[in-house]
Design a protein around this ligand. Structure first.
Ligand code: SF4
Length: 151
């Protein structure tokens, strides 16, 4: 009898490895709806090596579960969720200069999270939002509230 080799596979929470079809099945959310979450800027999907296939991490799945709960059970609209996400004080997390703040479309508006804006010429221009703490540290509403309690 062949030996059974057990390997321990460890996957980081932020590693994008799940295709959209798998996430759809895991969460019971249609592929159409998952794409719509992305179009609305609620989620930033990662692209596979061919730049076409969306891939999601465990953190992304947690985020989508929270979004679905907010919409289905708490009856939040998508604009309301975007407005909540826009309140995350990204300028404090990223520690932008006063000048950057004045030139930042996200700092100067409300209604959409900072990662949905174009940031030409300011501190966020070359940052990868998927890796940024502003995006990755707030996968659910409780985390946003805990952050506000600390500041
Ligand atoms: S890098 Fe992206 S997520 Fe981070 S503060 Fe800038 S726009 Fe927001």
């Amino acid at each position: 009898m062949a030996d059974v080799i057990k390997e321990e596979i460890s996957v980081s929470k932020n590693e994008p490895i799940y295709p959209i079809g798998v996430v759809s099945r895991l969460l019971g959310i249609s592929v159409f709806t998952l794409r719509m979450y992305e179009r609305e800027g609620l989620i930033l999907a990662s692209r596979g090596t061919n730049q076409k296939n969306r891939l999601y991490s465990i953190s992304d799945i947690e985020r989508m579960r929270c979004i679905r709960d907010a919409i289905t059970n708490k009856k939040y609209s998508i604009p309301a969720i975007k407005a909540i996400l826009s309140l995350i004080p990204c300028w404090k997390v990223v520690n932008c200069s006063q000048e950057d703040r004045l030139n930042c479309p996200a700092y100067n508006s409300i209604g959409s999270p900072c990662w949905t804006f174009h940031h030409k010429g300011n501190v966020c221009e070359n940052r990868d939002c998927r890796l940024c703490e502003v995006y990755s540290n707030f996968t659910n509403c409780e985390e946003i509230k805990s952050y506000f309690k600390q500041i």
